[in-house]
Design a protein. Structure first.
Length: 548
């Protein structure tokens, strides 16, 4: 059913496409944020890594270096190891960063641990290695950052601001020294700095692109009015506006490509239908559309092909009908005209009466021809109005037999009637016409005997069978016998009467009944056998028809 409905296919395709685009957007954000967070972590540690590297490098002896590292480890409450460079496996990029006194961060997502590797200025043979649990990062460790910076600036008394300006390139955030009066602090914050000599951490939310930021304020030892201002440091934003806008636009672009891919086959088929209709409008009915799949577009292509076949057949039938009608009408009209001329010249009363009788017969023949033509045209050029109902098949056959015997044809009519209770679904008037035409055709071409049968076969199809003992129909001519105005050579010639429309009418009625008509050789009588079959049951709860 999914393949047979354009709506379900497009709707299902859109659902799958949205899920895939959402998954793609999620993976894209994860990949981008992995690189962003790595860069963010490094931006936070590069500056302090330089300061710590300088602090270790200033220690004169190996033991002093170890003592300094031990104090630093206690200050930040995280272990710092002094290792030989050869014991740490480094990539080429990591070695380049360490040579520039930048930190290398390795993040273990499973253990939620960040491993920080720092180089030592002037000592390429040793490294500082620190591991920090991300969940253990707290305000205490953040307050340790200004302690390291003040320790570094202690070697440059009176030149603190100038020194900070020189090393600012190692920090991704602003680092400066300001007077406490320049800071917009409340009384409690001012008291903690001036009286308690404590560092404070300020959190500020903003609707700007930076979002939440952290600023660390640390007073200068012994000079609390001089405050080291670190920041503002932006808190990592997992979904900044630029990333959200980029992912949204990219997702919409991918989604539009997917929708275009879903609609392209339908658009191509519609163009084919439009092209075929334009060809049809110009009078070319030879083009047929390819039918692929089982959806509505395939149904449209199949309907177009059927319509083209039907229109083409109607045009051909109309042309054939016009040619045949013009030919068939000439004969009775010519006879009527000749009879009228003879009637005008005839003086004998009985001869004139005979001419009148001949003219009347020609007029009756003309009426019959017109009736046959109208019936055939109605069945050929459109869907006739059929009122299907339950019909007792034996009644129809028996009625035609009585009508035929009343014509005094001097032919033996044998009826092998079905059970009187057998009912089939049919339109009584047209079923009667079928039997009448088949029996009339058999009487016209038989030698002495006509056999009529009816019933329901093993396939559940209703059937009518009319056989005769005439010369039959050659096998090569059996296909032509149902064509309009077709007459065969031999015994079935114009001399036998008829207009060549009876069997064509039977063929069209069989078609609209949903069945077919076939001709072969009668196994019992040796002549022709015509058999029409159609579905015996089309509708339920139909009332039984009665012949009047």
């Amino acid at each position: 059913m999914f393949k047979q409905s354009i709506f379900l296919r497009i709707y299902g395709g859109l659902v799958i496409l949205v899920v895939l685009v959402a998954l793609f957007g999620y993976l894209f954000v994860q990949i981008v944020n992995y690189n962003r967070v790595q860069e963010y972590r490094q931006s936070l540690t590069d500056g302090i890594s330089y300061v710590i590297s300088e602090g270790v490098a200033r220690q004169p002896t190996h033991q002093d270096k170890l003592d300094w590292i031990s104090d630093a480890s206690a200050l930040i409450d995280a272990p710092i190891y002094y290792l030989e460079t050869s014991k740490v496996d480094l990539t080429r990029t990591e070695k380049q960063r360490l040579a520039n006194l930048q930190a290398v961060i390795r993040y273990d997502a499973q253990n939620q641990t960040a491993y920080i590797v720092m180089g030592i200025k002037g000592d390429p043979n040793h490294l500082l290695y620190m591991s920090v649990k991300v969940e253990d990062l707290d305000e205490r460790q953040m307050r340790a950052i200004p302690t390291f910076i003040w320790d570094y600036l202690a070697y440059y008394p009176g030149q603190e601001k100038e020194t900070l300006a020189k090393i600012q390139k190692y920090f991704r955030y602003k680092v400066d020294i300001k007077n406490i009066l320049e800071l917009n602090l409340d009384s409690e914050q001012t008291s903690r700095i001036l009286l308690d000599h404590n560092s404070i951490v300020l959190y500020r939310d903003s609707t700007s692109e930076n979002g939440t930021t952290i600023t660390i304020l640390s007073p200068k030892p012994k000079f609390p009015r001089q405050v080291l201002v670190i920041g503002p440091i932006p808190v990592f934003n997992w979904m900044p506006f630029s990333l959200a806008a980029g992912v949204t636009l990219l997702s919409l672009f991918v989604l539009s490509l997917g929708i275009y891919g879903l609609l392209v086959p339908i658009q191509r088929k519609l163009r084919e239908v439009n092209y075929a209709l334009n060809r049809m409008k110009s009078g070319d009915l030879s083009l047929r559309l390819p039918v692929s799949g089982a959806d509505e577009m395939a149904g449209l292509a199949s309907s177009y092909n059927s319509m083209s076949d039907h229109i083409q057949r109607l045009i051909e039938a109309q042309r054939e009908l016009m040619r045949a009608v013009s030919h068939e009408l000439r004969t009775p009209v010519a006879r009527i005209r000749f009879g009228m001329e003879m009637l005008a010249e005839e003086e004998n009363y009985f001869d004139r009466l005979h001419q009148v009788e001949q003219i009347d017969k020609d007029i009756e023949a003309l009426n019959n021809l017109i009736d046959e033509i109208m019936t055939y045209a109605k069945l050929e050029q459109g869907t006739p109005s059929f009122d299907f109902e339950r019909v007792v098949l034996a009644e129809v056959l028996d009625q035609v037999v009585h009508e035929t015997e009343a014509l005094k044809t001097q032919k033996e009519i044998i009826l092998d009637a079905p059970p009187a209770t057998l009912e089939v679904d049919a339109e009584y008037r047209y079923l009667h016409r079928v039997v009448q035409n088949l029996v009339g055709n058999a009487v016209r071409y038989c030698d002495h005997k006509v056999l009529i049968r009816g019933g329901i076969n093993d396939q559940g199809l209703a059937y009518i069978c009319v056989e005769d003992d005439g010369c039959g129909i050659p096998e090569e001519d059996r296909g032509r016998v149902f064509e309009a105005f077709a007459r065969l050579d031999g015994s079935r010639t114009r001399a036998s009467g008829g207009y060549g429309l009876g069997l064509s009418i039977v063929s069209r009625i069989a078609y609209w009944f949903g069945g077919n008509i076939a001709v072969d050789e009668s196994p019992d009588l040796g002549g022709a056998r015509f058999t029409m079959t159609w579905p015996a049951r089309r509708f339920k709860n139909k009332k039984k028809s009665t012949f009047k």
